[in-house]
Design a protein around this ligand. Structure first.
Ligand SMILES: Cc1cc2nc3c(=O)[nH]c(=O)nc-3n(C[C@H](O)[C@H](O)[C@H](O)COP(=O)(O)OP(=O)(O)OC[C@H]3O[C@@H](n4cnc5c(N)ncnc54)[C@H](O)[C@@H]3O)c2cc1C
Length: 390
């Protein structure tokens, strides 16, 4: 497929080659759809390549938790499913609640809900957690939700395997190929897309997996998605212990995990990160005020990190929606599908969501696990302790 203008009509055109687009490329082709993934930059995505890549199942709503559980299952069996590695490390995971969540019973109720949908999780007191991970100090809160199967993966390795699997399944992959606009017919239906070089690509179904850029593209078909590009930051602190759990620490407003480089990756959990004017705006610099604050918060939970040298940092972009849930499924414009607005949680679910969405497109049968993510759902601002970037 060297000349895009001579392509036969596609069944599935995927815009964006991050983890969601590559996964859809694999599963679309495996479902028998003539599939092409076009990506304006290198394969591997923008949010994806800067991701913290935590793979955990602790969510406050059953919709996200069900999706995350399916995602965990894909990472646990990545090699068999996709023929290569993802860098997944099952460190085990602890959610450290806010004092209010611990006191009110909200954490205990959430753990019951999660167990009801099949998540392997349990409440542990500080002593029981210490027996599993002596590096952590949770005496201030006294209780955590623990998941033995969760951990983190490596974004670049994951995407490289997905790209190979997509090619093996017969999908076309076009990096460095930018979609300029959607191809909209006189009746308002989306019939594919037009590339930046003017070449039209005709497709029965077009899916926006383009992160915060999805908004501008969807507007061309009259679909206005309230997706805001937002910057977030990470720091890497030298790790003094051999290993520790992957942790979301709601009490201290951080998440962290060991990184393969002998560091601990630590990010802030906050809804007041920096909005960007457009997805093309430069990312902010990560300054010493951020890294110092992140390290101090980390040391409250991981005492061996006190005064740790900061060995690196990076900023990344999220595609935030008002309620923190993604848009996955058909859009109001015929022929146009959505898989965007991941709001900082779309790495862990990327592989499994591609499978569910490809099945929907191929068969017309909506998978029940995607019902919470309809584009026309009612939903206002719903930013809570649990639902935030990580
Ligand atoms: C710092 C940080 C930490 C994170 N931590 C976690 C975490 O711990 N766990 C977790 O699950 N999630 C995490 N996330 C979120 C997660 O990484 C993202 O939700 C996920 O990677 C989104 O994947 P994507 O494929 O939808 O988007 P992207 O990876 O952004 O891919 C979208 C692609 O679309 C392409 N594109 C845009 N416009 C066009 C166009 N016109 N034509 C062609 N291509 C186009 C872009 O170039 C881009 O490559 C984090 C994100 C960041 C930034």
């Amino acid at each position: 497929m060297s000349d895009l203008s001579s392509l036969p009509e596609l069944d599935l055109l995927v815009v964006g080659g991050g983890i969601t687009g590559l996964s859809l490329g694999v599963h679309g082709a495996r479902a028998g759809l003539r599939t092409l993934v076009v990506e304006s930059g290198p394969l591997g995505g923008v949010s994806t390549q800067r991701s913290g890549a935590l793979v955990r199942t602790h969510y406050e709503d059953p919709g996200n938790a069900t999706l995350a559980l399916a995602g965990l299952e894909h990472f646990e069996s990545f090699e068999e499913r996709y023929g290569g590695p993802s860098g997944f490390v099952a460190t085990g995971f602890a959610y450290v609640p806010t004092p209010e969540e611990a006191r009110s019973g909200a954490l205990a109720a959430r753990v019951e809900m999660l167990r009801g949908i099949g998540v392997e999780t349990t409440l542990l007191d500080a002593g029981a957690l210490r027996a599993i991970d002596p590096a952590l100090d949770v005496d201030d809160v006294g209780v955590v939700a623990y998941e033995p199967r969760s951990g983190y993966a490596d974004p670049a390795t994951t995407c490289a395997t997905l790209a190979d699997a997509a090619l093996d399944a017969g999908a076309g992959l076009r990096p460095h190929t930018r979609v300029d606009r959607l191809l909209v017919d006189s009746g308002g239906a989306v019939a594919g897309a037009v590339l930046a070089n003017g070449v039209p690509l005709v497709a029965r179904s077009t899916v926006l997996c383009a992160g915060a850029w999805s908004r501008g593209l969807a507007l061309g078909a009259g679909v206005d998605l309230p997706i805001r590009p937002t910057a977030v930051k990470l720091a890497f602190a030298r790790r003094a212990v051999a290993a520790h759990l992957t942790v979301i620490d709601a009490a201290n407003g951080i998440y962290f995990r060991p990184d393969a480089t002998g560091t601990t990756l630590v990010g802030r959990r906050t809804w007041t990160d920096e909005p960007l004017r457009t997805p093309d705006a430069p990312l902010p610099a990560v300054d010493a005020a951020f890294t110092g604050d992140a390290r101090d918060r980390l040391a409250r939970r991981l005492p061996s990190a006190a005064g740790a040298e900061i060995l690196g940092s990076r900023a990344g972009m999220l595609d935030m929606t008002p309620d923190g849930l993604p848009y996955v499924g058909p859009s109001p414009a015929s022929g146009l599908w959505l898989c965007c607005g991941w709001s900082g949680t779309g790495f862990k679910t990327g592989p499994s969501v591609g499978a569910a969405l490809a099945s929907w497109i191929a068969t017309g049968a909506a998978p029940p696990e995607l019902s919470a993510f309809a584009a026309d759902r009612a939903g206002g601002e719903r930013h809570s302790a649990v639902r935030s970037p990580h």
